[in-house]
Design a protein around this ligand. Sequence first.
Ligand code: F6P
Length: 356
Amino acid sequence: MHLGRKTLSKYLIENVSGTKDGADLAALLVDVAAAVKAISALSAKGALGGATGSMDTTNVQGETQKKLDVLSNTAFVNTFEMGGLVAGVASEEMDDPFPVKEPHTRGPFLAIFDPLDGSSNIDGNVSVGSIFSILRAAEGGGEPQMEDYLKPGTQQVAAGYALYGPATLLVITVGKGTHGFTLDHEVGNFILTHPDIQIPADTNEYAINTSNERFWEPPVTRYINECKAGKTGPRERDFNMRWIASMVAEVHRILIRGGIFLYPRDTKDPSRAGRLRLMYEANPMSMVVEQAGGLSSTGRERIMEVVPTQIHQRIAVILGSRNEVARVMQYHQEHDAGKGEPFSSPLFSDRGLFRA
Ligand code: F6P
């Protein structure tokens, strides 16, 4: 029992409901929490709930849809449709945005979400999450058009994620810091357990999928090589590496103890600017991270200032502890200016073991 501790509703009443559209935004975030509770219950049943395994379908990204992807998408869409607080929704699991229509009521916001991120992890019982971004809909209450969704991340009025791990957490920002709530399963309330999260500015921990190393750009290779060289390299200290392949879990770890997460641009598929999606992965996570004192960049520009051109657009993502992200941005600048020799391991130097 957590009597006397602050619930999500109490937090929203105190911090959101007095602002412009605040009461509606607070109510919308309560709807997000309701969908998250449903997904949490479903995913916690595992194989017993019959929701593990794949569908025979692929999403617009060409990825095989898991049953839980589809059920989670339905949980969000139905909750938003019934809630009367959004004019339309867009999701990783739907080719096109979906306008709210009669008999449902349109509200003043747009919700963009990834209902179940990292879903390749479901069958392995590894943490997964949901990510959401809230924008203002155009005034007038008409059916939202594509350009209404394609707004830079700086225009988000709220963003956050749910992490379905050993505990279910909801981390949100309405532009007044980043706050984490833990689900008390017995009572059914989200309780404020992580107020005003601050990402440490420095870190010794990086997260990147190194199987893509041969496709990276030189500034990323330089940064990771320097980390790997540890005490014997130019950074003169050892680094640790983590890769869960579940962005929500990765970002949450960084919020709690610092770190840098990189899914950089690479040449693996030249038609894509990165792996992660701008509208429902990069933008909301960037707002969460920046509100917690971190940085989020493509390496060359602030992610939240990128003007989107497509709803399922991909982008390079480098986020986390501010001094490390700033360093990677500096390496991109130096590279683009023709400066900054990539660091080579001492093993490969003139006097090293493996002379070229
Ligand atoms: O869709 C995104 C995602 O599942 C992220 O949650 C995760 O960070 C990334 O893809 C994992 O990518 P990879 O399969 O290349 O490790």
